[in-house]
Ligand binder design. Structure first.
Ligand code: ZN
Ligand code: ZN
Length: 197
């Protein structure tokens, strides 16, 4: 009878011991894996696993206090979000004159009156000042020279064949004297270019 009890006690102790060992091993494994998700440092991963292996449950508590707050995946995701946010801010166009935020389709800066873009003389879409051809309707456009010359019909078109140049249609003739002068100057430059080529 007493031997039976001793046998049961031994079996129970063995069972509990086995459970404890499995729990201990699982705790170490979990710590190692959790640390690996939070740090690329191999030494830290092993150190934390050893800490839990030596101190068991208190070790696990210490690990939970000390572990990095973010997993690597979370940190990566956050950095992506931050980058996207930064990109969004950088992509917003600013006025070259006063550095104020301006809109993509504005022709001039409302804050400092800097000319930002020019309208196409044919289709009316806004173009970069440096463009000499409209990408939408392929109309050649004048390089921007001043507020009055934005409606000037391009001189570039005529440069290709100076001999066959004809006066632009009446609608395309520059409206102001200074605009006409600017256009004439542009043509003169273009003709010189043509002779060189
Ligand atoms: Zn401005
Ligand atoms: Zn156009």
């Amino acid at each position: 009878m007493l031997q039976d009890l001793t046998g049961i006690g031994t079996a129970l102790a063995a069972y509990l011991g086995l459970v404890a060992i499995v729990c201990w091993a699982a705790m170490i494994f979990w710590t190692f894996r959790d640390m690996r998700a939070r740090s690329r440092d191999m030494l830290a991963q092993i150190l934390m696993a050893v800490l839990v292996a030596l101190l068991t449950i208190p070790g696990l508590l210490i690990y939970l206090f000390l572990r990095p707050r973010e997993t690597l995946a979370e940190a990566y995701e956050r950095s992506l979000e931050e980058e996207a946010l930064l990109q969004e801010i950088e992509d917003k166009p600013v006025c070259p004159g006063c550095k104020q935020r301006v809109r993509e389709d504005w022709l001039a800066c409302p804050h400092c009156h800097t000319r930002l873009r020019k309208p196409c003389s044919r289709c009316g879409r806004t173009l970069e000042l440096s463009w000499d051809i409209c990408p939408y309707c392929t109309t050649a456009t004048a390089q921007y020279a001043g507020p009055e010359t934005t409606s000037v019909e391009p001189a570039r078109e005529t440069a290709a064949a100076p001999d066959t140049w004809t006066a632009p249609a009446s609608a395309e003739i520059p409206r102001t004297r200074s605009a006409r002068r600017a256009a004439a100057a542009a043509q003169a430059v273009e003709f010189v270019d043509g002779e060189e080529g």
